[in-house]
Design a protein around this ligand. Structure first.
Ligand code: ADP
Ligand code: MG
Length: 737
């Protein structure tokens, strides 16, 4: 954490400004300088109960009242060590005792010093009842001196910031630290230009931080926070704008040829492209044809036809004399993509073979589990440029594979793919050029969420699906309700009897070892929390258990998981593809893109352990062909638990768009685009990508204008500093692309 010590903004260190108790409290949150502290927002505000007269108060109520001290008495406690301080206060309508139990004499003196007879104070507390004296009282109330004027009353009613706390830190310490900080607010760094603030009707920073930390009204807190949110969005959008500007200065292969392959491919296609595919295809071509590297996020629900769109762009790359690569997160998927592409391309993919079309290219698969000789041959094709299209896993980027002339990279599934990958890709282009990048995702995110998190990508969205898909219905099944479980397996058996196939997905392979760490489930408030896994719910236990279920007697079962070799996995998938397996129990190796049109049932065990987008991917594996699909989200959570309700909402969500929004509302942006991508947004402090959509759009417009006029931010040193700070916070290595 040493890097946090020095501040890019040259901001005042807190150790010089606060007493050590305060600066230690702030340091426990990593807050070490004035600028950071002033932007360290309260978690919430406590709004005092409305002022009351003492005549109207009742037992159990939260009250605030302005009162005068009438008498103060203290005595030693009889039964135990310590003192009782009794203060009687009155507001002219009634009087009320305030009682403090104190252990030390000096505490008694401290209170006495603050409560002279006749002093006017604001008291706040919960009204209690003294059974001994049969009277109302306040025990250990908060109090502070106050003037009985309009101003005094307004001050008394002000919302109190509530900061997050760590052990041994008092709220009062956090408040006194920030209040001291406010005295130096004039020296804060101001990353947002004054014109932008004025345009958006935001108060200057100094005023904003006062409203955040020492508000007079609830409206103040809103206006103060609005500034901080906008500022955060503005800095983020400046980063995206600079990356875009950087791209515009970088040369990329021009993929503009109206060459033979794409046309021949279109003629071969057994279906007509949808309007959406055509439109998105045209936009893609416009971007990859312009000589600067473009980064596109191509989003569309499972089965919306993204692959075909991407393939047409890849063919354009080949037609333009360059290569294209398609990267998948796993070998199984890479193999499947390779099969899909060669099937779709047919004779157009078989250059060098007897039955090839004269204009054909080569489509090569490159994976780690290939035998050396085969791999060497493939590498030769890649390096020489014989292979127009290469399919592989992300590992291909780190393995030092050299392309003859890489023009376009298509990445399947953005949630496994980070900025770091993109940077590596940038270096793979021919002679100082950067290839274009298309990232495909089946978990579309709302527009402003995309702007806030992957704002340096162009987002293109396929909204309609080709419509030949029968679709999937989802149901939540409670393990605890035996009849539902039985019904689920009966249903699976019925499908098998009708010639269909079934997937069963488990969170792990067996009891000892997790295949891939399952994503954490969520607690009641939507925070991450992994409940203990039921024993005997791994792949290996499950397949044994299912073999004994009477409903499934005679069904051909098999397993697929990460401990099988690449060849074994491939063999299982091929057998599944040929219909030789009725029911496949697997880990999430089948998560993305596995295509078995004959599969109609997807059972997901311990469904609450999977992320929303994962569940959506998984259920998208069935109902792909002419047969309607059924997805069972099986959980051992009680039906009325948050987990079950969450699964129920997923089951009911009509499509990936609805789900993405559900996911966002539940988890915030942190998990939006997966771990690797999340460097920048992991550190979103004030922004909520849904709530603050407007601020994000405005900040984007303003920041892009600033960068367009001044790409290096020479005239905006404070902004340049904030950008640097932000990138450093995000991740020193990953984000600096
Ligand atoms: P995605 O990658 O978005 O999940 P795919 O590109 O894999 O979707 O398409 C899903 C299925 O729909 C594939 O079998 C594909 O061949 C088919 N398909 C794609 N576009 C069309 C279309 N315009 N009309 C009919 N079928 C299509
Ligand atoms: Mg696909």
């Amino acid at each position: 954490m040493a890097r946090r010590q020095e501040s890019a903004r040259g901001s005042m260190p807190l150790s010089e400004l606060l007493v050590s108790k305060e600066s230690r409290a702030m340091a426990s949150f990593g807050v070490r300088d004035l600028d950071t502290m002033m932007r360290f927002a309260p978690r919430r505000y406590m709004v005092p109960a409305p002022l009351r007269s003492l005549r109207e108060i009742h037992q159990g109520e939260e009250v605030s009242a302005i009162v005068e001290v009438e008498s103060v008495r203290d005595r030693a406690m009889r039964s135990r060590h310590g003192f009782v301080l009794e203060v009687t206060v009155s507001d002219g309508t009634d009087s009320l005792p305030l009682t403090f139990f104190l252990t030390k004499q000096h505490q008694v003196q401290w209170h006495r010093g603050r409560l002279p007879i006749g002093a006017r104070i604001l008291v706040r507390g919960t009204v209690g009842y003294d059974g001994y004296r049969k009277a109302l009282q306040l025990t250990h109330p908060d109090y502070e001196p106050v003037e009985d004027t309009d101003e005094g009353r307004a001050w008394a009613q002000r919302p109190r910031p509530v900061y997050p706390l760590r052990q041994n830190i008092a709220q009062a310490t956090m408040r006194s630290a920030t209040e001291k900080g406010l005295e130096y607010a004039g020296s804060l760094s101001r990353p947002v230009p004054a014109e932008a603030l004025a345009r958006r009707g935001l108060s200057p920073l100094e005023e904003a931080v006062r409203r955040v930390h020492l508000p007079l009204t609830v409206e103040d807190t809103r206006r103060g926070m609005a500034h901080l949110r906008y500022e955060e969005a503005f800095v983020l959008q400046t980063i995206f704008a600079q990356r875009r500007a950087q791209d515009e200065r970088t040369p990329a292969p021009v993929l503009a040829a109206e060459g033979p392959l794409q046309g021949l491919f279109d003629e071969r296609l057994p279906f007509a492209l949808t309007d959406g595919q055509r439109e998105i295809g045209a936009k893609l071509e416009e971007r990859i044809g312009n000589g600067h590297p473009t980064s596109v996020l191509l989003q569309g629900d499972v089965g919306s036809g993204k692959t075909v769109v991407a393939l047409r762009a890849m063919l354009r790359a080949v037609d333009s004399g360059h290569q294209a690569v398609l990267l998948a997160p796993t070998e199984v998927l890479a193999e499947q993509h390779h099969r899909t592409l060669t099937t779709l391309l047919g004779e157009l993919s078989r250059a060098g073979q007897l039955d090839a079309h004269p204009e054909a290219t080569r489509v090569r698969l490159l994976t780690g589990s290939q035998r050396t000789a085969h791999r060497r041959e493939t590498l030769l094709d890649v390096t020489s440029g014989q292979a127009g299209i290469v399919v592989g896993t992300h590992a291909l980027l780190t393995e030092g594979v050299e392309f003859a002339s890489l023009g376009l990279a298509v990445i399947d599934e953005q949630h496994r793919f980070g900025v770091d990958h993109r940077r590596r890709l940038r270096a793979k282009g021919p002679s100082g050029q950067s290839p274009h990048v298309i990232v495909m995702t089946a978990t579309p995110i709302p527009r402003t969420a995309a702007l806030a998190t992957v704002g340096d990508l162009d987002v293109l969205t396929l909204r309609e699906s080709p419509g030949h898909r029968a679709g999937v219905s989802s149901f939540v099944v409670h393990e605890k309700v035996e009849s539902w479980v039985t019904r689920m397996w009966q249903r699976a058996a019925e499908e098998i009897a009708a010639g269909r196939q079934v997937f069963v997905v488990c969170a792990r392979i067996d009891e000892e070892e997790a295949d891939a760490p399952a994503p954490p489930a969520l607690d009641e408030e939507g925070r991450e929390k992994a409940p203990p896994l039921e024993p005997a719910r791994g792949v290996l236990q499950t397949v044994r258990r299912l073999a004994e279920r009477p409903e499934l007697a005679g069904a051909r079962l098999a397993v697929l998981h990460g401990r099988l070799s690449g060849e074994e996995k491939q063999e299982v998938m091929e057998r599944m593809g040929r219909g030789e397996i009725d029911l496949l129990v697997s880990t999430t190796v089948i998560e993305v893109g596995v295509d078995v049109p004959n599969a109609s049932v997807m059972v997901i065990l311990d469904a609450e352990r999977f992320g929303v987008s994962q569940l959506h991917q998984l259920r998208g594996r069935v109902g792909r062909g002419e047969h309607a699909g059924i997805a069972f989200l099986d959980t051992s959570a009680e039906p009325d638990q948050a987990h079950s309700q969450h699964l129920q909402r997923i089951a009911e969500a009509p499509d990936g768009f609805a789900l993405a929004e559900l996911d966002l509302r539940r988890r915030g942006a942190g998990d939006l685009v997966g771990e690797e991508q999340s460097g920048l947004q992991r550190t979103l402090k004030h922004l909520d990508v849904l709530r603050d959509a407007r601020a994000i759009e405005q900040a984007r417009e303003d920041a892009f204008a600033v960068v367009a006029a001044d790409p290096e931010l020479t005239a905006h040193p404070a902004l340049a500093g904030a950008v640097e700070e932000r990138l450093r916070d995000a991740d020193p290595d990953v984000e600096r692309s």
